[in-house]
Design a protein around this ligand. Structure first.
Ligand code: GZL
Length: 344
């Protein structure tokens, strides 16, 4: 296991000691201008206020505000930083990689202690991650991973196993349909880790169930609006009458699709069985209303784990390359009881 030491930012230490040396020289100079030699420093009086510890400064680039899951993820990160007295420089990229890269570069320029981000897609990060490494700033990936070959470019990845989430969604549908389903699929943001891996995990299950087939598949970009639009198009397509089930890569797209199914005069959750991923409150309400059949939980509340990792890095502790999150699968029968305690 590689040991990750937080390298001193080149020059920062030197700059600080340079400043202190200059101040000390001034003090010596002033004290030797004809004044009596300075009294030796007295020990701090009993109970004197401790010298304030330097605040940890973290730069965080968030993907955007595209879904209920993302809103809960942002709230968890911002509230945890506040609770721990950590200065959080937060940037919202509106789901654009170029905005994330610009934000990461600005964090380098600001000399933050740790950089964390949720990469909107898996590719295209090496150049900026190399520059962050050169600046000696450790990186924590949250929620989504990158496909960088060199894993020394980040200290740790805190996030779910999206392939397992796809497996769980597929296995639930196989059980619910006896392995017979003609499936419409609403895919997440193209090129993103959850979209790639949730599709892979689901298709692993279909490989074992020849009676289950994806007959329509298109991206709804993880948003409710797009999910509704794409489902409307599915329901106007030649294959519309064959669709018996919907697999949505997140609840927001499923909730949009439910609206489209109802507007087409069909009963979501009955005429078309629906399984999605995230476990947001809206999904539990839809299950309680009989319109969604299953949601596979994907826990967004990773603020505490993120700042545990940040504090460990500041203390020069080593970190595991990947930290998972605890998640379950919920069906209609559990929805009413679970709703009141759902945190997001
Ligand atoms: C999953 C996260 C996904 C959610 C979507 O960890 O990256 O992005 O499933 C969100 O709701 O938009």
């Amino acid at each position: 296991m590689k040991k990750y030491q937080v390298a001193k930012r080149p020059g920062a230490g030197l700059a600080n000691s340079g400043i202190w040396l200059a101040l000390a020289a001034c003090c010596v100079f002033l004290s030797s201008c004809g004044e009596k030699p300075a009294e030796p420093a007295k020990p701090a009086a009993e109970g004197a206020a401790p010298i304030a510890k330097k605040k940890i400064v973290v730069g965080f680039s968030q993907i955007g505000a595209e879904s209920g899951w993302r809103a809960a993820n942002t709230e968890s990160i911002q509230s945890e930083a506040k609770k721990r007295g950590i200065e959080l420089k937060f940037s919202d990229a509106q789901q654009k990689q170029e905005n994330q890269i610009n934000a990461l570069r600005s964090f380098i320029a600001q000399g933050v202690d740790v950089i964390a981000f949720s990469p909107v897609i898996v590719s295209g990060w090496e150049p900026v991650l190399q520059d962050i490494k050169k600046a000696g700033i450790p990186v924590v990936l949250t929620d989504r991973a990158v496909d960088a070959k060199d894993d020394s470019l980040y200290a740790t990845f805190i996030g779910s196993d999206f392939i397992e989430e796809g497996h769980r969604a597929g296995e639930w549908l196989a059980k619910a349909t006896g392995g017979k389903a003609m499936i419409a699929e609403l895919v997440g943001t193209p090129g993103s880790a959850p979209a790639i891996d949730r599709k892979k995990g689901f298709e692993d299950v279909l490989a074992k169930n020849p009676g289950m087939k994806i007959i329509k598949s298109q991206s709804g970009d993880f948003t409710r609006t797009k999910g509704k639009e794409v489902m409307e198009a599915f329901l106007k397509s030649p294959e519309a009458k064959q669709i018996t089930a919907l697999y949505a890569h997140n609840d927001d797209m499923a909730l949009g699709a439910i609206q489209a199914i109802e507007e087409a005069g069909l009963k979501p959750g009955k005429d078309i069985l629906i399984v999605s991923i995230d476990g947001v409150k809206g999904a539990f309400q839809a299950m309680a209303d009989g319109k969604l059949n299953c949601t596979v939980e994907c826990n967004p509340l990773i603020g505490p784990q993120l700042f545990d990792a940040v504090e460990a890095l500041m203390a020069k502790k080593t970190l595991p390359k990947h930290t998972g999150v605890l998640e379950s699968v919920y069906e209609q029968s559990q929805a009413k009881d679970a709703l009141p305690t759902r945190k997001y």
